[in-house]
Design a protein around this ligand. Structure first.
Ligand SMILES: [Cu+2]
Length: 665
């Protein structure tokens, strides 16, 4: 927890529900007899919870925004000009700020990607971002340098349409009683910063304060990686300490499971029969989060901020970077005071494929007009899901759950756009002959895009012109992307891969239609060591035209095949440089594409499968694309994007800070 008042940390006792101010004297032992008990003072408690965040209930190093984590949610009207003034008052770290979800049309240099779009903001400096809120809906802002967004540089950002009303099932629209913004974060036992360091140094097994010898290893003293329901890996290099829902979470699984009503959880208020909108945002760094709300259906009304045809589901999986707006219809006769949001990791197996107890987080949906008393009973096992009436889970990273589960998957690609698609040519299935570009990008590893590990330039490439080699290492794509390139499976994630650790850039001609086929197959991941990656593209939203899972899983749900649409036949094969198995699908003529695709800025690329996305490259500038799992992004699973040529790319204002060698301009 945070320091409060006299800089003494505040702690909370779950059993007695009392708050304590700790004795910070270095000369007294830190056992409970030395706690200084505050008289229970509700005004002080309010201050603790509002001006000093509760966080996960432990004392950890974080970065706060105006003293808060997450930073305050910024709400602006669509089309507003926004000035975001950032003052770096950290002791040692520079950072940048990216508003995730805004296209920033014509304003690429305000998008906040360090080294591509600006220089990092140094310690002690001030920096202003000035831009137009050009994309409606639920977004968030976060740091875009190193591990900053995992260490607390994150907050909500919402762009409201004038007189916004929310779609409902059956085509009617609803007035919303209240709406809530819920930013979710995954806090590890080891900080985001230390996870990155340890990953780079190959010491992560030991960085979790778990240096036990194998012979004495217990679940408390040794940690190993965990796997998703399909056997693919989870990209989080530490045991989960807590899910934070806005600023609150709790580190103890035992307390969460046994005494949830004693815990200071985030509580969202609702009245009987009231319609409530939640803007759910995964602002975390590694965990896909499966979200349930006891005995309530979730009506999904927007994805990545943009309206979709409402879809009714029982649970949603949200990957880091994704957002879903959901509508909750308040029960007319609630049988509980508090219904719980249950946030689950997807750690179904340990590394040896034995069953693993998932980590959870909780928040309350509280009926403020209910006279019932709260209880500690939580439906952790989703008993309303039954064999004859399975629960529907949106956005699974695999085709389906194993038969033993009472859940079935609803594919994110089956969501439909809720508004008229204006530029219909972008979504057509035909053989394009001009104004069209397509790329195949294999992302089966955890540190590369198509065999290339991204290396940041030393300065903004916009200003490099003829001095490119001084600023970045160009890629020799004929080597990196070929099927003959050999890749060591145990390669340290951030090690140099020779000429393939370089400044990887895709150039799209201004106003062309661009199709990216992102596939996740080959020896990089193999069947069981791969990941589902949330792919995020800056500077534009894209249509999700097709999303395909592998055809086969074994009876336990474990992946054992790749989609045959791309000729990557087995997990021993190096699958770079491949195109469609059926060559008549080239140039835009892909079979089975969505007729009414949703517009996203982040989409999963499932292990063993692929996704096809399309957009018109109408926002000239230097942009960035990357996996939104923090450790993958930092290990090089990223590429730069340049839309338009130098003359077409908007020039940053005169005096825009970009290099210590300003003369290069
Ligand atoms: Cu990834």
């Amino acid at each position: 927890m945070f320091s409060y008042d006299t800089n003494a940390p505040i702690d909370y006792d779950v059993k007695t529900q009392n708050w304590f101010q700790l004795n910070t004297s270095l000369y007294t032992p830190c056992n409970t007899s030395n706690f200084l008990v505050n008289n229970y003072d509700i005004t002080k408690l309010d201050q603790i919870l509002t001006t000093v965040n509760q966080y996960n209930g432990l004392h950890i190093r974080t970065i706060a925004i105006n003293g808060k984590i997450p930073g305050d949610t910024i709400v602006v009207p669509l089309g507003a000009e926004v000035i975001l003034r950032v003052k770096n008052r950290l002791n040692t770290e520079s950072f940048t700020m990216h508003v995730h979800g805004l296209d920033k049309q014509g304003l690429w240099y305000t998008d906040g990607v360090a080294f591509i779009q600006q220089c990092p903001i140094p310690v002690g400096s001030d920096y202003s971002y000035r831009f137009i809120a050009d994309t409606p809906g639920t977004h968030f802002y976060h740091g875009h340098l190193g591990s900053d967004r995992g260490d607390g540089v994150v907050g909500g950002f919402v762009v409201m349409r004038p007189e916004e009303i929310t779609p409902n099932l059956f085509g009617d629209r609803l007035d919303i009683g209240r709406e809530y913004y819920a930013l979710l974060q995954d806090i590890g036992v080891v900080s985001s910063y230390d996870q990155i360091l340890a990953m780079d140094m190959m010491t992560i097994k030991y960085a979790n304060n778990m240096d036990a010898q194998a012979s004495t290893c217990t679940s408390d003293t040794c940690w190993n990686r965990t796997r998703n329901y399909d056997g693919s890996a989870i990209a989080f290099l530490s045991p989960l300490s807590a899910f934070l829902i806005n600023n609150k979470g709790w580190h103890s699984e035992k307390d969460l499971r046994n005494m949830p009503s004693n815990l200071p959880l985030t509580t969202f208020l609702i009245k009987k029969g009231e319609n409530i909108k939640f803007r759910l945002v995964n602002g975390g760094i590694g965990h896909p989060i499966m979200i349930w709300l006891e005995y309530h259906k979730l009506i999904v009304v927007a994805a990545d901020g943009l309206e979709i045809k409402p879809a009714k589901v029982d649970a949603i999986v949200i990957f880091p970077g994704e957002r879903y707006d959901i509508l909750i219809q308040g029960l007319s006769n609630p049988r509980q005071k508090n219904y719980r949001f249950i946030f689950e990791t997807m750690e179904q197996f340990n590394w040896e494929l034995r069953p693993n107890e998932k980590s959870i987080g909780l928040a309350n949906l509280q009926y403020e007009d209910s006279t019932l008393l709260d209880t500690n009973i939580v439906d952790f096992y989703h008993t309303s899901c039954m064999e004859q009436n399975k629960c529907v889970v949106l956005n699974c990273p695999f085709r389906n759950f194993a038969m033993s589960f009472n859940y079935i998957c609803f594919n994110a690609v089956d969501l439909e756009n809720g508004v008229e698609i204006e530029d219909k040519e972008v979504i057509e299935q035909k053989v394009f002959t001009e104004g069209y570009e397509e790329y195949f990008i294999n992302i089966d590893h955890d540190n590369m895009m198509n065999g290339v590990s991204f290396k940041f330039p030393k300065g903004m490439p916009y200003y490099s012109n003829e001095n490119e080699n001084q600023i970045f290492t160009p890629c020799e794509s004929s080597i990196c992307n070929s099927q003959t390139m050999s890749v060591s499976e145990n390669m340290p994630m951030m090690s140099s891969t020779g000429n393939c650790n370089c400044f990887n850039v895709y150039n799209f001609a201004l106003n062309n239609i661009v199709q990216l086929t992102l596939y996740n197959m080959g020896n990089g991941g193999t069947y069981q060591n791969g990941f589902t990656h949330p792919f995020h593209l800056h500077g534009t939203h894209f249509y999700v035209m097709k999303l395909v899972y592998p055809p086969m899983y074994d009876e336990n749900g474990i992946l054992n095949s790749f989609s045959g649409d791309i000729p990557c036949h087995d997990s021993m094969q190096n699958c770079y440089g491949l195109k469609w198995t059926n060559s008549s699908w080239l140039n835009g003529n892909v079979e089975g594409m969505s007729k009414n695709p949703t517009l996203r800025d982040t989409i999963i690329v499932p292990t063993g499968g692929y996704v096809v996305i399309r957009f018109r490259a109408k926002n000239p500038g230097w942009w960035f694309a990357h996996c939104h799992l923090l450790i993958h992004d930092l290990a090089g699973m990223a590429f730069a994007v340049r839309v338009g040529n130098n003359e077409e790319i908007p020039k940053p204002p005169n005096g825009f800070p970009h290099s210590s060698r300003q003369t290069m301009q």
